[in-house]
Design a protein around this ligand. Structure first.
Ligand SMILES: Nc1nc2c(ncn2[C@@H]2O[C@H](COP(=O)(O)OP(=O)(O)OP(=O)(O)O)[C@@H](O)[C@H]2O)c(=O)[nH]1
Ligand SMILES: [Mg+2]
Length: 330
């Protein structure tokens, strides 16, 4: 059986996270038109009868010496080290330029097998021939596919091409898993996506989400305990209890477990607080409602969200925080 780790690498906004979601058939990673949306190596798992692919989505590769960017690049480097295969995603709608050159250099040096996917071909770009030529000259991909992550074009071709390059091995995850992210991380990402969508200029880059508190409300005493422990619920949010013998099984489906969450949108400057709160709090209300709508699609819980904004000056320059967010940075 083929089993491998596959790093999805490319420039910011090439469509890597959109592609990961399309490949997994589930929303695993947040996406937006703002470059450098992804900040972590997000795993999405694809199973076929021939094997299992663990995709690692990565931040857009961008050559800049700003501290946050150094950490983002480090996430890419580590994912590349961990990968058996690289899925290189290029954006067919933008001229390649220097930034694309830097990505190709990195991949050529890695010596890993490469599958190249030229994305956004739904936009009917005139750049396809140039991009294909560039890939052939600089890299030696096992396959060069033209795809559209948005329209789902040629995605099975990507899975097959990648699977072929994966080594033989054992499954890394049970076959019903599509990601390994914990609920806390997914919740902060969903909130961040909704805030990014509703803000502009520097705000999306100046923003992170801190989950301050979350608590599952106790189910009714009569409930069968096993029904109420949501899969993926963090340890310690439930005390174990013997199921009650009163009020035996009824036909009613068990009530959804209730999860209460308090989170902060953290920005760099006090002037950005008002932007996120909006006139009479309309912006933060829209972010909150949007996040709850998205969470409902992912979690089997009834969630209430207490969302606030706070300032952490110059957080993008703070090593301990960046390390906690993204790992080593060295
Ligand atoms: N037309 C078109 N747009 C796409 C396609 N794939 C992604 N996009 C759009 O491109 C933008 C960036 O998509 P993302 O998936 O967030 O890109 P990314 O490469 O993960 O970006 P970073 O995480 O910032 O590096 C979004 O507005 C997507 O809707 C595609 O196949 N066609
Ligand atoms: Mg992304």
């Amino acid at each position: 059986m083929k089993c491998g780790f596959v790093a999805i690498i490319g420039r910011p906004s090439a469509g890597k996270s959109t592609l990961l979601n399309a490949l997994c058939g589930e929303k695993v990673a947040i996406t937006s038109s703002v470059p450098q949306t992804t900040r972590n190596a997000i795993r999405g798992i694809v199973n076929r009868s021939s094997g299992q692919i663990v995709f690692l989505d990565t931040p857009g590769y961008h050559d800049s010496d700003k501290k946050l960017n150094i950490y983002l690049k480090d996430v890419v480097h580590r994912s590349l080290d961990d990968a058996d295969v690289v899925l290189y995603v290029m954006d067919a709608s933008r001229p390649p330029g220097k930034e694309e050159g830097a990505v190709m250099n990195l991949l050529a040096r890695s010596g890993k097998p490469i599958v190249a996917a030229v994305n956004k071909t739904d936009l009917n770009t005139p750049l396809l021939t140039e991009i294909r030529g560039l890939i052939r000259v600089n890299l030696n991909p096992s396959e060069l596919l033209e795809i559209s992550a948005i329209e789902g074009r040629n995605l099975e071709g990507v899975v097959q091409a990648v699977m072929e390059q994966c080594p033989e091995g054992e499954l890394h995850y049970p076959t019903d898993f599509y990601t390994d992210q914990d609920p806390e991380f997914r919740i902060t990402e969903i909130i961040r996506e909704q805030a990014i969508i509703r803000s502009e200029q520097e705000v999306p880059h100046s923003l992170y989400v801190e989950l301050a508190d979350m608590e599952f409300k106790k189910p009714p005493a009569s409930a069968e305990k096993a029904e109420y422990i949501p899969s993926g619920a963090p340890d310690g949010f439930f005390e174990r209890e013997e199921p009650s013998t009163e009020n035996p099984a009824s036909d009613k489906p068990p009530a959804k477990p209730k999860l209460w969450v308090r989170a902060f949108l953290v920005v760099e400057r006090s002037s950005q607080v008002g932007i996120l709160v909006g006139h009479k709090g309309e912006k933060i209300k829209a972010i909150r409602i949007g996040a709850l709508r998205e969470m409902k699609k992912v979690f089997p819980w009834k969630i209430s969200l207490d969302l606030r904004v706070k300032v952490n000056p110059k957080w993008r320059k703070k090593d301990p925080l960046l390390k906690r967010m993204m790992g080593s940075g060295e």
